[in-house]
Design a protein around this ligand. Sequence first.
Ligand code: NAG
Length: 258
Amino acid sequence: MASAWQRNAFVLATLLIGLASAQRQDQEDPCKTKSKVVSDVTYCDRYWECINNQPELYDCPNGLVFAGKHRGVTEGCDYPWRSNYCEGKQLANGPISTEHCDWLYGIFGHETSCTRYWTCWNGTATEQLCIGGLLYNENAHSCDWPENVDGCQKHPLCNEDANGNVPLGKSCNRYWQCQGGYPRLQRCPAMLVFDRRSLRCVVPPTEDCDVPTTPLPIEYEPEQPQGKGNSNPNAIHQSSGTGGQQGGKLQSGGRNKN
Ligand SMILES: *[C@@H]1O[C@H](CO)[C@@H](O)[C@H](O)[C@H]1NC(C)=O
């Protein structure tokens, strides 16, 4: 009968052998798994699929990495920054770039604007706009509070007075409220209009704004604080309505500075 010490030594040896083989990291055979799809052991942008009982190697769409069957944004592949997919692995493929897209698939910063960014799908870029005073955060790959966005913290809009109000185009009831250099889209309380002289909400009429007679006064496109090109007319319609703090949506990591 084996002593307790011998039994323990055997268990320990078995554990060590198990660890050593786990570290060797053999490629898993997709034909021996239920899902028939497994990640490549070396490259995070590759995966193996069991086709006619044979393992076949596939590349993720350019810019994406393998996340798992039925996961990610397409073909089981995802944006690399969504998780630690590439921890301890390498990329097999380099970037294929098109205009505005560093890789064929991904979300990329704008060349000339902090309020815009590009989403790329198979090399086709679509321009996106951050609303409500938010800026594009390259680390989070989403719109974020200005104070979280390195290099784009302050809007030129608030250069003149970091805590002042700024007219929004020719709007009679919306305006930008600068808070420490960060613009927030605001709306005057009902029945009041924004006075471009005093930079406050006042009882109409003013020089530019009559007493509202129609339920929807004509709105003009706001001038973008930064960047060139066409303004998105949706920007003013998507914004907060009732003098609230923010109209913007945060995809992730949103923190209110107040
Ligand atoms: C991607 O675009 C190329 C041509 O630019 C096309 O041949 C290919 O079929 C497209 N792939 C997908 C998945 O849409």
